[in-house]
Design a protein around this ligand. Sequence first.
Ligand code: PMP
Length: 388
Amino acid sequence: MKNRTLLMIPGPIEFEPAVLSAMGAPTTGHLAASFIEAFGQALERMRQMFLCPDGQPFVIAGSGTLAMDSAGANLVEPGDSALVVNTGYFSGRFGALLERYGAQVTQIRAVPGGCPSLNEVEQALAADPYKLVIVTHVDTSTGVLADVAGVARLARQYGALCVVDGVCSVAGEELRMTEWGVDVALTASQKAIGVPPGLALLVAGPRALEVFRARKTPVGNYYADWNNWLPVMQAYEARKPAYFATPPVNLIFALNVSLGLILAEGVEARFARHARLSRACKAGLAALGLGQVPLSPKLAANTMSAPRFPSGVNGPDFLAWAAAAGVTLAGGLHPAIRAEYFRIGHMGAVSQGDILATVGAVEAALASCDYNFTPGEGVAAVMKALEA
Ligand code: PMP
């Protein structure tokens, strides 16, 4: 017996055995030749994963919030204006963080499950000048997928930098930094990039670096200051040792292994796998009569699902029954609708077997909650979608 559940929350996720084994390997010094090679290779591979051949990758010990903090600290100077395309809890966090660095933040909001339209974004950009436009690619609190290509195009048109919180998207959702004109994309290791929690990952495009270099005031965050990290990233990529703060050696070895697996699968194939498995999961949930938080299928992420509880089903009981059936799922997060829905992460190493197991556990939990449905219909819909 495995004596553990399948972890299907929107991060941390299930990791590849090769990645976990890199985590458990004897730790080298941060100036060891093998580490310098792995770090250098990981930085090169990040560029490929983010589809940003001329970008500058940063790999820093911390979580996704540090990656957001690093973008904010390095790009904002007091008095700058920023526009946040708000699709939920994590967009709100980005706005609050930018204010901490002295930005004047305007948030365009939508109802939970909705996304501000490109029209609304354009109206805001036409009305006032902005230095930054922030968009959360997938807001993990709602499962809403934003139109990053559309927002980035408008940002470029109106002379603003486009910063993408890709914590719940990079290496799962289609994201093309250079082609779409995204200036900064950031993520955290524990999501679709497939490494245990502990790395803040960011790629800055040339325009973002130009804006950073033109700063008139010092960066208001010592640890996150790109002036401290740029020489380190450049040195490792040139296969030379460097030091600013001790890198998380095992996590970076693991990142390099995971990026190797990702590129071996192929970025396009990876996007397609996430889309296919997401469709299958959502088909299974729909067959059981469960609605979704995103207001339309077009607004629904491929890396996760946010199904609504049917009336009469108690959230904490449901989640406990799902765990008893072998699958750990997450509860709601958006404060306005927290008790009304749950969340399933299906990203990274996720397989079709995982989707079948998850929808099976959802069925078992619904049955334990006395929900009236035809057992097997969800799993059958998943199988049908997978055959299509
Ligand atoms: N942005 C999004 C979209 C997220 O999903 C998360 C984490 N769930 C964060 C930011 C913050 O990342 P972390 O918890 O790693 O700090």
